[in-house]
Write a protein that binds this ligand. Structure first.
Ligand SMILES: *Cc1c(COP(=O)(O)O)cnc(C)c1O
Length: 440
């Protein structure tokens, strides 16, 4: 089928995610992809500098992952995971337990980031109830995003995406997130204020709180807002002192994004529960895990089903996804991958410093392979008037970038070459000159 008939059929039948179809341009028809390059149906080659919505890790069509999935498909493609188990899932669970800090040992599988968050919330709420504790509150950080299912929306209501559903979202206590950037002179004050609010909250509600969920080091969809590891450590210490479980949503930050395998390792924090997805399978297949410490799991062990976690998905621990995840983790054992990650981080640092001097560029910031800045705009945030123009500006330059409102960011797959990354930065610098300074 050619590109235009595909587009016609798409227009007739497909509903795309996070898209206002009334005003959105036609979708790009992607025929194939390799490494950091996407090829459209009409032969254009685009650089994927957002890792296809933050999932791709080692590059598209990586032969090791493709091979692992094909081999697994010929052996065991899927089996019910209640009452059955299989080698790919068992090996993946054990492998993750070995890579995560502390005693994060018990792995619950689901199939996307939102469900990993739902499971985490249900784990801490039911663990409290099973232990006979009246802990009914959930806390989260303002500006955080945790997915699009109802519990995840409730925890991420501060992201501003879900106003249509607010009447149906359960209450979540929102605490400040002291986002910071290069040259931010107020960060210590902002952190101190955030910790004071947390202290007050814990003093009043600590005994009622079943858990606090936060994206460690980087709030992704909320606008690539970054905090210092020192803040995360201080937050974790306070929660621990009050016996409030910490849930880290590492759906985006996991698997090398921050320059470390996990942001919790970068920050030196061990949560009670951690959520992983996106890069888990190298970005090849939908899979996620919610990993908890033994005390959480043990709270469910009683001789009545009423104490069990009544949660499961048809494709829980899908063997193809597990095989892909194991192959992706194998690639992380290659020091070459970590050299690539370090090269990306160094190049980001160098180019960000230069772009930060342009007028109209605000809040330059970086954490590992993620670099971001805000363009001064009339309207800030996701519905900034700049966003559609910026998107097409980059597309004209054959770059797949997806600004979050007036926030520009680069989040490339680790196979990206220095030359490709420079192309991205050249375009960001040009965009800052064209769009920066409050001009729409
Ligand atoms: C993307 C994301 C989610 C949701 O994951 P899905 O797979 O899209 O459901 C949750 N938390 C964070 C931090 C994310 O970036």
């Amino acid at each position: 089928m050619n590109g235009s008939s595909l587009r016609d059929l798409d227009r007739a039948h497909v509903w795309h995610p996070f898209t206002q179809a009334a005003t959105a341009p036609d979708p790009l028809v992607i025929r194939q992809a390799r490494g950091s390059r996407l090829e459209t149906q009409d032969g254009r080659v685009l650089l994927d500098l957002i890792s296809s919505w933050w999932v791709n890790v080692h590059g598209h069509a990586h032969p090791a992952l493709a091979h692992a999935i094909a081999r697994q498909a010929q052996t065991l493609e899927q089996v019910i995971f209640a009452g059955c188990t299989h080698e790919p899932a068992v090996r993946l669970a054990a492998r993750l337990a070995g890579l995560l800090p502390g005693d994060l040992q018990r792995v619950f599988f689901s199939d996307n980031g939102s469900t990993a968050v739902e499971v985490a919330l249900k784990m801490v709420l039911q663990a409290a109830r099973n232990r006979g504790q009246l802990r009914r509150r959930i806390a989260a950080c303002a500006g955080g995003y945790h997915g699009d299912t109802f519990g995840a929306m409730a925890a991420g209501r501060g992201s501003g995406f879900f106003s249509a559903f607010h009447p149906w979202l359960f209450d979540v206590d929102m605490l400040p997130f002291p986002a910071t950037w290069h040259g931010d002179e107020q960060v210590l004050n902002r952190e101190a204020r955030a910790l004071a609010v947390l202290d007050d909250y814990l003093a009043t509600w600590g005994g009622d709180c079943a858990g606090l969920i936060v994206e460690p080091l980087i709030q992704g969809a909320g606008g690539m807002r970054m905090c210092r590891p020192e803040f995360l450590r201080a937050l974790a210490q306070r929660l621990q002192a009050c016996g409030v479980p910490l849930i880290l949503d590492e759906v985006m930050t996991g698997f090398g994004r921050t320059g470390h395998l996990f942001a919790c390792l970068a920050a030196g924090v061990t949560p009670d529960v951690i959520c992983l997805s996106k890069g888990l399978t190298g970005g090849f297949l939908p899979l996620s895990v919610t990993v908890c410490r033994p005390w959480v799991y043990e709270a469910f062990l009683q001789d009545s089903f009423d104490f069990a976690l009544a949660h499961g998905h048809s494709f829980t621990a899908n063997p193809l996804g597990c095989a892909a995840a194991l192959a992706s983790l194998d690639l992380f054992d290659d020091p070459g991958v970590w050299e690539h990650i370090a090269t990306i981080a160094a190049l980001h640092a160098q180019r960000l410093q230069e772009v930060a001097t342009l007028p109209g560029v605000r809040r330059p910031r970086q954490c590992g392979t993620v670099a971001a800045l805000d363009l001064e705009a009339g309207r800030e945030g996701y519905d900034s008037e700049l966003a559609p123009a910026l998107k097409s500006f980059f597309l004209e330059r054959n770059l797949l970038l997806r600004p979050l409102g007036n926030t520009l960011y680069l989040l490339p797959p680790y196979c990206v070459t220095a030359e490709e990354l420079h192309q991205g930065w050249d375009a960001v610098a040009e965009a800052a000159r064209v769009f920066g300074g409050g001009r729409a």
